[in-house]
Design a protein around this ligand. Structure first.
Ligand code: NAP
Length: 395
C-alpha cells in the first residue's frame, strides 16, 4: 500500500465506535481442528493487515486463530486502544456447559494476550447439539451482559442470528446486542431488508461472505454485471461488492491469504456506486436466492449427524444416492467433487480431507441445488466414464 487509509468508524448504539472495514482470521485461516498447530503465516498476514491500516480485527475461538492474532497485535506496535478486537464464543458452550461464558472469554483473552475485548459475539444461536433452545440463548446472553458490565468487554453482540432468534432474544435482553454478524451479499434476497429491520432495533449488521458472488457462488447471473462495473469504475470486482455493502451502512469483514488483496478491499472506501449501478446489483442478485448455510444451521436443518448414522435427514432417494456414491472408487468421487464443493464443506467447518463425507457432499450439494455446475459435472462424468455401468446408472 502506498499509504494507510484511515478507515471510518460508525457508532454502535452503546456509544462504542467500530471501524467499517474489518480483517478476519476465519475462512482463509480457519483451522478445521482449532487446537492444531500455530500458524506463523496467520501472524504475518494479520500484521500486514494492521500495517496496511486495518484496526478492526475479527477472530473466534472456533477459527483456532486467536493466538496468531494476539501475536500479530503484540508485534504490530499499534497501541491497544487504537485497535478494535472482536472474538466469538460457542464451541466452549457447546462442548461444556452453557454457563461457561466467562471462562470462554478468559481463555480467548489469554490466547489473544489482551485484557479486554472491544466486541464479544455469541457465534451462533445453536448451542448444545447444534440445536436452538431459546431459554439457553437467553441464559448465555445474561452472562454476556455481566461481562460487559464488568468492563472486560466494551460491547456485546451476536452472530448468525436469524430474525426469530433476535426477536426471542429481545424479549429478555437487558442490554441489546449491538451487532449481528451474518452472511450478506447480493444473492441473499432478504439481507438488505433484514439489515434494515436490525437497524430499527439499534443493531448494526456486520457482513461476512460478502465476496461470495466471486468465490463460492461464482458462475452465476451477477458475473457479467460485476465484470462491467469493475471495468467502469476501474477497480476489482471484490471492490464493487464491498462498495455495495458499505453503501447500505453495513460493517464489512474480509479475509485473504494474499496481502495484495487488502488494497482491493480498501479501494471500496473511495468508490461511490451510482444509484443505478447499486440498484442493478441488488435486483440482479435477487433473481435467485443462493445462501450458504452456516455449519450449525446446516447440521440443524439437514440432521447431518443423524443422516450419517443412517437415521433421518434427506429424502430416501438422496440417502440412496449418498450411499451409492459412497461405494464409488475415490477417483470418481474426486472427479465429481471439485474445488468448489471442497471449499463449501471446508467453510462449514467439516473435514477438508473428508473421506466418507465426500459422497455425502455430492448428494447434499445436489439436493440443495447449491452448485449450479452439477449438471456440468454430470455430463462430463457420463462422457468420461462411459464404460462404468454403476456410474451411468447413478447419474
Ligand atoms: N460469524 C461467522 O459465522 C463467520 C463466518 C465466516 C466468516 N466470518 C468472518 O468474516 C471474515 C471474512 O470471511 P469471508 O469468508 O466473509 O471472507 P471474504 O472476504 O468474503 O472472502 C474471502 C475469500 O475470498 C477470496 N478472495 C478475496 N478476494 C478475491 C478476489 N478478488 N477473487 C477471488 N477470490 C478472492 C480469498 O481468497 P485469497 O486468500 O486467495 O485472497 C478468501 O479465501 C472471516 O475471516 C471471519 O473473521 C464470520
Amino acid at each position: 500500500m502506498s499509504s494507510s487509509p484511515k478507515i471510518p468508524t460508525v457508532k454502535l448504539y452503546d456509544g462504542v465506535e467500530i471501524p467499517v472495514l474489518g480483517f478476519g482470521t476465519g475462512t482463509a485461516w480457519y483451522k478445521p481442528d482449532r487446537f492444531s498447530a500455530y500458524n506463523p503465516d496467520a501472524v504475518t498476514i494479520s500484521k500486514d493487515a494492521i500495517a496496511a491500516g486495518y484496526r478492526h480485527l475479527d477472530t473466534a475461538e472456533a477459527y483456532g486463530t486467536e493466538r496468531e492474532l494476539g501475536q500479530a497485535i503484540k508485534e504490530s506496535g499499534v497501541p491497544r486502544e487504537d485497535l478494535f478486537v472482536v472474538t466469538k464464543t460457542v464451541n466452549s458452550l457447546s462442548e461444556g456447559k452453557i454457563e461457561d461464558v466467562p471462562t470462554a472469554l478468559e481463555n480467548s483473552l489469554k490466547r489473544l494476550q489482551l485484557d479486554y475485548l472491544d466486541l464479544f459475539l455469541l457465534h451462533s444461536p445453536y448451542l448444545k447439539n447444534d440445536t436452538y433452545v431459546e431459554s439457553d440463548v437467553a441464559k448465555v446472553w445474561k452472562l454476556m451482559e455481566e461481562l460487559q458490565r464488568s468492563g472486560k468487554v466494551r460491547s456485546i453482540g451476536i452472530s448468525n442470528f436469524r430474525k426469530h432468534h433476535v426477536e426471542n432474544l429481545l424479549k429478555t435482553a437487558e442490554i441489546k446486542p449491538t451487532v449481528n454478524q451474518i452472511q450478506f451479499n447480493p444473492y441473499l434476497q432478504g439481507a438488505p431488508e433484514y439489515a434494515k429491520w436490525l437497524e430499527s432495533h439499534g443493531i448494526k449488521t456486520a457482513a461476512y461472505m460478502g465476496l461470495a458472488p466471486i468465490t463460492w457462488l461464482k458462475g452465476n447471473h451477477l458475473d457479467p454485471l460485476l465484470e462491467e462495473l469493475a471495468e467502469k469504475y476501474k477497480v476489482a470486482k471484490s471492490t464493487i461488492l464491498i462498495a455495495w455493502q458499505l453503501r447500505q451502512g453495513i460493517i464489512v469483514l474480509n479475509t485473504t491469504k494474499k496481502k495484495e488483496r487488502v488494497e482491493e478491499f480498501f479501494a471500496a472506501l473511495n468508490v461511490k456506486l451510482g444509484e443505478e449501478d447499486f440498484d442493478k446489483i441488488t435486483s440482479i442478485g435477487q433473481d435467485k436466492h443462493l445462501r450458504i448455510p452456516t455449519r450449525s444451521e446446516f447440521l440443524a436443518t439437514t440432521g447431518m449427524n443423524n443422516l450419517c448414522a443412517g437415521k433421518v435427514g434427506l429424502t430416501e432417494n438422496d440417502q440412496i444416492l449418498a450411499r451409492e456414491l459412497g461405494k464409488l472408487p475415490p477417483h470418481l468421487v474426486d472427479y465429481m467433487v471439485d474445488e468448489k464443493a471442497r471449499r463449501f464443506f471446508w467453510g462449514l467447518g467439516l473435514e477438508p480431507d473428508w473421506g466418507d463425507s465426500k459422497p455425502l457432499a455430492v448428494a447434499i450439494l445436489t439436493v440443495f441445488g447449491i452448485d449450479q455446475r452439477w449438471e456440468e459435472w454430470r455430463e462430463n462424468a457420463l462422457n468420461r466414464y462411459e464404460g462404468d455401468e454403476r456410474l451411468q446408472r447413478l447419474l
